[in-house]
Ligand binder design. Structure first.
Ligand SMILES: Nc1ncnc2c1ncn2[C@@H]1O[C@H](COP(=O)(O)OP(=O)(O)O)[C@@H](O)[C@H]1O
Ligand SMILES: [Mg+2]
Length: 253
């Protein structure tokens, strides 16, 4: 089977089970949203898939088992992720960031070469993420949303086939969110995309399918409509609402 296939995934920290026997299938062309209250285990699941934490069970991508492989080997298998905070090189330009991502293994001289030598993959990524006009600007001068797009571009030039994005629209303006949603739709036509998200409006507008995680377990799965109509999901989000300041998420859920 192609795509992502997770079985009985379990991650424990000193006896505390953060991910507790999760099964998840994401096919290429899907745009899967992974939602759930804080502490549900969403980031830990992505950490397990990318090799950052030890896990039990099975994680296959395009049929290959990933669990037990090193972080680098998993990255070389075509799997990339972003973190909740952007990790671009602020001093370098947009183009240089993409060039470095594209050219892992090439010399510094080749990577910092002039514009006219820009590889096709970098030109295409710049267009896809909408930063062509800002190619020569230092990444540190980009707006918050643009930095997240640059990070996604860095995964595109590596020709990542599975993108795992951890709260990519957190802190973005409404317009930035819309642009990001459109970007994720384009990307998911050719690649498998999993988005961890908190924002219900964003999820409703762009998710093709949704998995809800709660206390390390899969609570519900389906289309946006199915998940929203699920009493178990309503209960978790309402309970969550009473206990936290996250009132917007709750009211809309
Ligand atoms: N390195 C760690 N050591 C101990 N506990 C952790 C570690 N990472 C995450 N946790 C715990 O695992 C649970 C799930 O965390 P996380 O995956 O970050 O949740 P989410 O991303 O859904 O908000 C939380 O209770 C968190 O405190
Ligand atoms: Mg998280």
């Amino acid at each position: 089977m192609s795509g992502l296939e997770i079985r009985r995934l379990r991650v424990s920290f000193d006896g505390f089970t953060a991910v507790d026997g999760v099964d998840l299938d994401v096919r290429p062309g899907d745009l899967r949203f992974l939602i759930g209250p804080n502490g549900a285990g969403k980031t830990t699941l992505v950490d397990a898939v990318t090799g950052l934490v030890k896990a039990e069970g099975s994680v296959r991508f395009d049929g290959e088992e990933l669990l037990g492989r090193s972080v680098h080997r998993i990255a070389r298998s075509g799997i990339g992720r972003t973190f909740q905070t952007a990790t671009v090189f602020e001093e370098l330009t947009v183009l240089q960031n993409l060039d470095i991502a594209a050219g892992a293994g090439r010399s510094m001289w080749t990577m910092l070469r002039r514009r006219k030598d820009v590889p096709e993959s970098v030109v295409r990524a710049l267009e896809t993420i909408g930063l062509t006009d800002l190619a020569d600007s230092p990444a540190g001068t980009l707006a918050h949303g643009q930095k997240q797009w640059l990070e996604i571009g860095m995964l595109l030039v590596q020709d990542v086939r599975l993108l795992l994005l951890d709260e990519p629209v957190a802190g973005m303006s409404h317009d930035e969110r819309e642009a990001t949603g459109a970007l994720l739709r384009r990307i998911s036509e050719e690649r498998t995309v999993v988005v961890i998200e908190h924002d219900m409006d964003f999820m409703r507008s762009f998710a093709r399918s949704v998995s809800v995680l709660h206390a390390g377990r899969l609570l519900s799965e389906g289309t946006v409509a199915e998940v929203q109509a699920d009493p178990k999901v309503q209960e978790v989000y309402l309970g969550h609402a009473a206990a936290t300041e996250d009132a917007t998420v709750v009211q809309e859920a």
